[in-house]
Design a protein around this ligand. Structure first.
Ligand SMILES: [Zn+2]
Length: 157
């Protein structure tokens, strides 16, 4: 997957995470994420702050930068690393990211609709599976019910 598509997916994951948690995905937070997606490799909070304030197109406060970082971490978009009393972050790219899908299955006609499930990926990422699956690569959630067509049919009967 190319980087542009990957970045679009990461933005979508962030927006979904924020929405699911009743938080606003403000232009300042989106801008912070865009700056992060432009970094090559690891970055520190100070470097992020520099890059954000160096951009004339949008003013992002220090507070916004600092409170967006933990949100991005919880959404599974960046990973925080501490070494030698220095804290850095890196973007969790697709190759490291869990493939999470949801399959909607109609219990009557058996039709299946496959969708991505960014929040499932975040959830699995926060679980501890110890030695059994120390690094999960994929997860599927099955959602059973009647599809629109079959529900309409049962109503007519
Ligand atoms: Zn059906």
């Amino acid at each position: 997957m190319d980087k542009k598509k990957q970045n679009a997916r990461l933005r979508y994951t962030f927006a979904t995470y924020m929405g699911a948690n009743g938080l606003r995905c403000t232009p300042e937070r989106e801008h912070t994420l865009n700056v992060i997606l432009g970094f090559r490799g690891r970055f520190s909070a100070a470097e992020l702050l520099d890059a954000c304030s160096g951009d004339e197109s949008m003013r992002v406060s220090r507070a916004t930068v600092f409170n967006t970082l933990p949100l991005l971490e919880k959404a599974g978009i960046i990973r925080r690393m501490a070494h030698d009393r220095r804290v850095t972050y890196e973007v969790v790219r697709q190759s490291m990211q869990l493939k999470a899908r949801q399959h909607l299955v109609c219990t009557d006609c058996g039709k299946v609709q496959r969708l991505q499930a960014p929040l499932l990926s975040v959830w699995v990422g926060h679980q501890s599976y110890r030695d059994f699956v120390p690094q999960p690569d994929s997860a599927v959630l099955y959602v059973d019910g009647l599809c629109n067509k079959c529900r309409r049919k049962t109503r007519i009967k």
